[in-house]
Design a protein around this ligand. Sequence first.
Ligand SMILES: [Zn+2]
Length: 422
Amino acid sequence: MFKDYSFTAAERFLRYVCIDTQSDPQSSSFPSTEKQKVLSRLLVEELKQIGIMDAHTDAWGYVYGTIPANTRKKVPVICFCAHIDTAPDCSGTGVKPIVHKNYQGQDIVLPEDATQVIKMKDYPYLQTQIGNDIITASGKTLLGSDDKAGVAEIMDLANFLLTNKKNEHGEIKILFTPDEEVGRGTEKVDLKKLGADFAYTLDSGDAGSLEDETFSADAVQVIIHGVSAHPGYAKGKMVNALKIAGEILAALPKDRLSPESTKGRRGFIHPVRVEGIAEKCTIDFIIRDFETRGLKKKEDYLRTQIEELMRTYTNASFEFIVKEQYRNMKEILDKYPHVVEYAKEAIAKAGLKLKMESIRGGTDGSRLSFMGLPCPNLFAGEQAIHSKHEFISIQDMNKAVETMVHLVKIWSDRTPSEVEKS
Ligand SMILES: [Zn+2]
C-alpha cells in the first residue's frame, strides 16, 4: 500500500516547526497570539496545492478543509484534528530542527547548549528507535512536535489520499486548531460548519498508542478576605490573608492527592498560583480525577480543610469558586465503541502494538467529545514534549500516516454497500 509512496510528513514538519506558534495563557485575545495565524495561512496554501479546494482559515486561526469521498457508500464523516500552537512552558522562537539519521543508541548532545543531552536512560522509548531518523531541536528551544507532528501527518494523509485514489474512503474533514496548550483550542470551533460525525486528534506519543480516557477537570479559586490595618497599629485588628493562604497550602497532604505523589488513575488537588496582599489573597487550584464524583470528593475535602482553618480567624472570610474545565471523554466514547475499535484495528494493520493509555490531562478531544464530536486521541510520535529534549522519529511519523490511511479504509469497509448515497 505504501511501498511506492514517498511520505511528506517529515519534510513538512521540518518547515512547520520553524514558524513560532507559541500560545500565551496571559493573553485575552483569540487566538492568544497572532503569530499562530502565520502557520494557519501556510497550511491553507499547502492544502490547496494538494487539491483541497475548500481549505480556508477564519478570523480565529482555525483551518478547515475537506477530502472528498471517493465511494458511493454512505460512510460517516471522519475528522482528523491537530493543534498548531506550541506550549508556553518552553521557548518556541528560532527553532532549528536537526535530523539525526540512523540513531544507534548514543547520547544526543544538542549543539547550541551542550548541557542539553538526550539519553536513552532518561527516555527508554529510544530503545525502540534504533536505526530510525530522529529529529530534535538545537538545545535552546522546544521542537514543537506537540503538535506540529500531528499537523504534518494529517497534511501527508491528505497528500496520500489525493495521490492514491484507489483507496476507498468516505468524506474526510481536516481541522487545525489554535490555543490548545492554553486550554482554549475548541472555544471558537464551528462544529456545524465542520460537519463531521466522529473525529480523532493526533496528539500523543509512542507509536501504537491510543487514548480514550482523559482526566475530568475543575478549577477552584479560593479568595481569602483578611482585614488590613496600618502595620504600626495593627495589634488585635489585622488578619493577614497572605498568612492564611500559607497555612492552607502547608496543610495540603504531601504524600497523596498531589501531582508529585500520584500516577496512574489517582487524581489530585494542585495549587497553581497565589496572588495577593494582606487584605485579600487568591489561590488558584486545579482539581483532577478520572471520575466526576472523585472531583467532587476532592473539592469537598479542600473546602472542609479551609473551613476548619478559617474558624480560628473570626474576622476573615473566604470564597470557594468551582469552575468546570473538562470531563473524561470516556463518558462519551463508551456510547460509540466502534470509534475506538476501528482505531485499534488500524494500529494493528500498520504493524504496531497497541498501547491503550489514560491521559493524565485533557485534550481538545475531550472537549470536542462533550460538544458532540466523539474524539479519541491517536499517536503522533511526539516525545519529551514541552521541553528542550523533545524528539520524534521520522519513522513514527510515517506510521501515524499509515494508521490514518488504514483507519479511513476500515470506516469505509464497515459501511454496508447497500446504504448508498443517492
Ligand atoms: Zn498537544
